[in-house]
Design a protein around this ligand. Sequence first.
Ligand SMILES: C[S@@+](CC[C@H](N)C(=O)[O-])C[C@H]1O[C@@H](n2cnc3c(N)ncnc32)[C@H](O)[C@@H]1O
Length: 242
Amino acid sequence: MSDHKRFGEIIPTMDGSLTLRHPDHKQDYHSSEGAKFEANALYVDASGFKQALDTQENVVVLDVGMGLGYNACASIAAWLQSSGKATLELVSIEIEPFLVESVATAKAPWQEKWDQDWLAGPLALKEIEDNFYQALLKHPKTEIEAKWNVWIVDGASQLWSEGARKFQFVWQDPFTAELNPSMWSKEWFDRLNGLASPGAVLMTYSVARVVRDALMLGGWAVERIPTPGRKKHWLKATKGYS
Ligand SMILES: C[S@@+](CC[C@H](N)C(=O)[O-])C[C@H]1O[C@@H](n2cnc3c(N)ncnc32)[C@H](O)[C@@H]1O
């Protein structure tokens, strides 16, 4: 089967990285400004994640809607390039099995231009059981470990098993609230709140009023932050300490 038939249209974004256009609802998986740019600037940098890798001993991240793996692989690449002080636990959830299978080949069409640090996670991903993949990595400087768990699951209606682990960072990146309302509801943000540690940071590209309202009702303090790109704002939400 051709790539076009299997994945839908492959679209170049402004920084040269490649994304997909969803074949049914036609929404792109990433901003036209740059799939790689957004993964690095919004999720890895503006969240404080990169800094946490050099100041904390353990960093735990939930990646909502793994999609083409940009946010997950940008996180792993940042960890590989960090001082090697912190262990990383990254948990991704994704509803579409074919995306997880494709990312794990490290040869999906959008991965063509990815460098070794970006491909390290996909190359290490193994199917452990039905609907569960895992990658174990060692840091090149300190041999400290990173674990990437990938669950094929409908996050809105199914539970996935990550024990008592509390997330310090959440990459909230489903399709828009109009297309995928259950992943932007008060109930969803309530649930994320329960899974997050005090002071946890949730980042998202959407600054829509419905999203801000649902986050606040779910117990998150919301802040619009300026972007370094053409879009004016992204959203940073913080879980309160009380
Ligand atoms: C905008 S794309 C995410 C792009 C991705 N974060 C990346 O870095 O490449 C949204 C993703 O959310 C996934 N998704 C939608 N509904 C979901 C659900 N209920 N549970 C888990 N994943 C879901 C979609 O299949 C899609 O891959």
